[in-house]
Design a protein around this ligand. Structure first.
Ligand code: NAP
Length: 259
């Protein structure tokens, strides 16, 4: 299917690896020019080079911490006017609800709620003025069904979801859509980190922790970054203009819910 976005300019945050990279690759395959970001320059440059080579599109790479004001300013300056924004950053650490202090919450809110909001505030007005735009926020299945040890994530991402629910409906008339993609467990470094924590808590091996998690997913496996990226590219496509303020769960059926 031609997604109809060849030549559009896309900013994909936190995209040297994992789900962000999956989104960047799928948008590059659709013919978008990319602005990519991550903190570590080496992996970012390597991914940018691989994407240029494979898809023949222009890729600008900006090594910066997207959760800081200074990092965002550098990314936004390099990005200029973008048509497509994919927000993403690392997730908060697991823990126990009684242990988290104000500073832990502020950090989680900064990373997974206020950063995507700041990026939308910076870029959506330009999209509205030009009459077309797409925003996809990478959030989490934790928005649909809370994950006990990820209370910081549950809190911050639900706040972002509320912002998107209201804002997406205010901007839809201008041709700009804002939606969220909710990953269930996907085969990335983040999944290894979560499984390592689960293995430690259970006193078992990493392999056993993964097997137990896979068994809890109706699809019987972890998702892939490529599958996730394809869903993102569709939400960014010309065909998705009537999809507004939605929360699309990509979890192999893991969240047991009717709606
Ligand atoms: P990942 O494989 O660990 O990749 C994270 C990517 O983001 C890397 O490129 C990393 O590069 C970059 N990054 C992290 N923090 C950043 C920051 N502050 N500024 C700029 N770039 C940053 O993670 P993932 O699995 O793709 O997860 C992406 C998001 O989805 C996370 O918020 C995660 O919590 C959420 N999620 C993932 C899953 C899953 O199963 N994978 C499930 C639910 C939710 P640098 O480290 O070099 O910055």
């Amino acid at each position: 299917m031609d997604l109809g976005i060849r030549g559009k300019r896309a900013l994909v945050c936190a995209s040297s690896k994992g789900l962000g990279r999956g989104c960047a690759e799928a948008l590059a395959e659709a013919g978008c020019t990319l602005v990519m970001n991550a903190r570590g320059a080496e992996a970012l440059e390597a991914t940018a080079a691989a994407i240029r080579e494979r898809y023949g599109v222009e890729v600008i790479a900006v090594a910066a911490d997207i959760t800081t004001e200074e990092g965002r300013a550098r990314v936004l300056e390099a990005a200029g006017e973008v048509d497509i924004l994919v927000t993403n950053a690392g997730g908060p650490p697991p823990g126990t609800w009684t242990d988290w202090a104000r500073e832990d919450f502020i950090k989680a809110l900064d990373g997974n709620m206020l950063t995507p909001i700041a990026l939308m505030q910076a870029l959506v007005p330009g999209m509205m003025a030009r009459g077309w735009g797409r925003v996809v926020n990478i959030t989490s299945q934790a928005v649909k069904a809370p994950i006990g040890v990820l209370g910081l994530s549950n809190s911050a991402r639900t706040g972002l979801t509320g912002f998107v629910a209201g804002t997406s409906r205010q901007v839809a008339k201008t041709g700009v859509t804002i939606n969220n993609l909710l990953p269930g467990i996907h085969d990335t470094d983040r999944a290894v980190a979560l499984d390592t924590g689960a293995a430690k808590a259970a006193g078992g091996s990493l392999e056993d922790a993964r097997k137990a998690r896979e068994a809890s997913i109706p699809a019987g496996r972890y998702g892939t970054a490529a599958e996730f990226g394809a869903a993102c590219a569709f939400l960014c496509s010309q065909h998705a203009g009537f999809i507004v303020g939605q929360n699309l769960l990509l979890d192999g059926g893991g969240v047991n819910t009717t709606l």
